[in-house]
Design a protein around this ligand. Structure first.
Ligand code: PA5
Length: 442
């Protein structure tokens, strides 16, 4: 199997090889902290050996539940937010036919609970009326407001359509083994459940049932996905593959040289949500103590016609990490046209991907010349195996990078602040003092 590969040669005009290598000792120590659990946040390191630790029996249980849902439902709604949403969404989008929904192929996986959009929820409920649907409700804490609202609405709708007993057969809950409202509800209603391990944080949970069940329901090969991650885990931890360390070192060297923003760039629209997943992974892990690279993402060539101007010519505080997919699934050749009124005959006979690759290369040269260092990750093809590698690569690099930055990469204290205010404003029981304080400010 081919491997994903990292190339950092196009950052060397901004930081030298010596400046990157100066971080190698600390990077090695950081990697060690991930395996000997001596660093901050060491109670959330369950993801480090999750690929090799996951038993085939669990994967087969997930596949069995997925097959059952697919056999009995026309559509599945996966409810969750943040780490309980983005990994599954990213992998499903990367592997799916872009127009599967319109072609009526397979069992669509829709998402809810990732926003509090009233129209979104109304329109989803309308769409589900009279349809045989199932629900996968995912929340590690079991108490997150957005998915709890969506679940209450859709559970009521399913119960109204089928009755309580039948509805409970079409609901699968993924949550903590013991704690939280969702665990109590699942026990009470007799839902099939999967457990999110205590030591696996939300944004590192895509390779647990959190990501694997929706991905399997969407019809993808979770064993191949895990195999990609297993291969990358083993090579990273035994030191035979140092790319996660290299990525962590390079981005920290760039950060220290004043490059405060990293843009994850794709040239394949199927990777849009991979960028969203990556933004959460790095944003929530590193943005602490008033430090951290700001993670942004663009979809090229689309965004070359919008953000491209800023990237080429704006403030020089950015660097890019480009995801480049080597092989496409399909071949589309640009036809020749006798009249050539559109002037495109100069590329007639070329594959669309050849043009895309030249857009990528031309952009890289222009951006590097313009003072935007570029890292590049080549992905052999958008397959389960390659995505498994890529996920583990970014997770491992994130842990190493967070330690290089000297933050705890595995907590997210800042996420709680808005919740406190929202609960106070909604007059949630237990928040009376905050309610009074916040109302006094309005
Ligand atoms: O990474 C995290 O921990 C968070 O983004 C969570 O995944 C997110 O807040 C959802 O939490 P929960 O799964 O508890 O509903």
């Amino acid at each position: 199997m081919e491997q994903i590969k990292l190339d950092v040669s196009n950052v060397l005009g901004t930081v030298s090889r010596n400046e990157i290598d100066a971080l190698s000792q600390d990077a090695r120590k950081s990697l060690l902290k991930l395996t000997d659990h001596s660093g901050a946040g060491n109670d959330f390191l369950g993801w480090v050996d999750l690929p090799t630790r996951t038993e085939t029996a669990l994967l087969e249980d997930i596949e069995g539940v997925a097959a059952n849902l697919r056999a009995n439902c026309e559509v599945i709604v996966a409810i969750g937010i943040g780490g309980s949403y983005l990994g599954a969404k990213a992998v499903i989008e990367a592997l799916s036919d872009s127009f599967a929904a319109y072609k009526g192929e397979g069992v669509p996986v829709l998402f809810a609970g990732q926003n509090i959009g009233e129209d979104y929820l109304f329109e989803l409920q309308e769409y589900l009326k009279g349809k045989k649907f199932g629900i996968i409700v995912i929340s590690k804490s079991g108490t997150t407001t957005e998915p709890a609202i969506a679940f209450r609405l859709l559970k009521d709708q399913l119960t109204a359509q089928l009755g309580r007993e039948e509805a409970s057969k079409r609901i699968v809950a993924i949550t903590d083994a013991k704690r939280g409202a969702l665990r109590s509800l699942a026990t009470e209603e007799g839902y099939k459940t999967f457990v999110i391990d205590d030591n696996v944080g939300g944004r590192f949970s895509v390779l647990s049932p959190v990501g694997l069940l929706p991905i399997a329901v969407a019809g993808f090969d979770i064993k191949a996905l895990m195999q990609g991650a297993i291969d990358f885990q083993k090579a990273t931890l035994d030191g035979s593959n140092t790319e996660a360390m290299e990525y962590a070192m390079t981005r920290n060297a760039l950060y220290r040289a004043g490059k405060k923003i990293e843009i994850l760039v794709n040239y394949n629209p199927k990777l849009h949500y991979f960028g969203e997943w990556w933004k959460q992974l790095y944003g929530e892990s590193e943005g602490k103590d008033h430090k951290g690279i700001f993670p942004a993402a663009v979809d090229n060539s689309t965004d070359l016609h919008s953000m491209g101007q800023w990237i080429q010519d704006g403030e020089r505080t950015i660097f890019e990490t480009v995801l480049s997919v080597m092989e496409q699934k399909h071949t589309v050749v640009i036809p020749s046209d006798e009249a050539n009124l559109d002037g495109l005959n100069y590329i007639a006979g070329k594959r669309v991907d050849e043009v895309n690759k030249m857009a990528e290369l031309g952009t890289r040269i222009a951006h590097v010349d313009g003072g935007v260092p570029n890292l590049r990750i080549t992905i052999p093809a958008l397959t389960e195996h390659a995505l498994g590698q890529l996920i583990y690569f970014f997770e491992a690099a994130c842990g190493i990078s967070g330690y290089l930055l000297d933050v705890n990469p595995f907590n997210q204290p800042g996420v709680e602040d808005y919740k406190r205010n929202m609960f106070a404003l909604l007059e949630k029981p237990g928040y009376e003092e905050q309610t009074a304080a916040i109302k006094a400010r309005l």
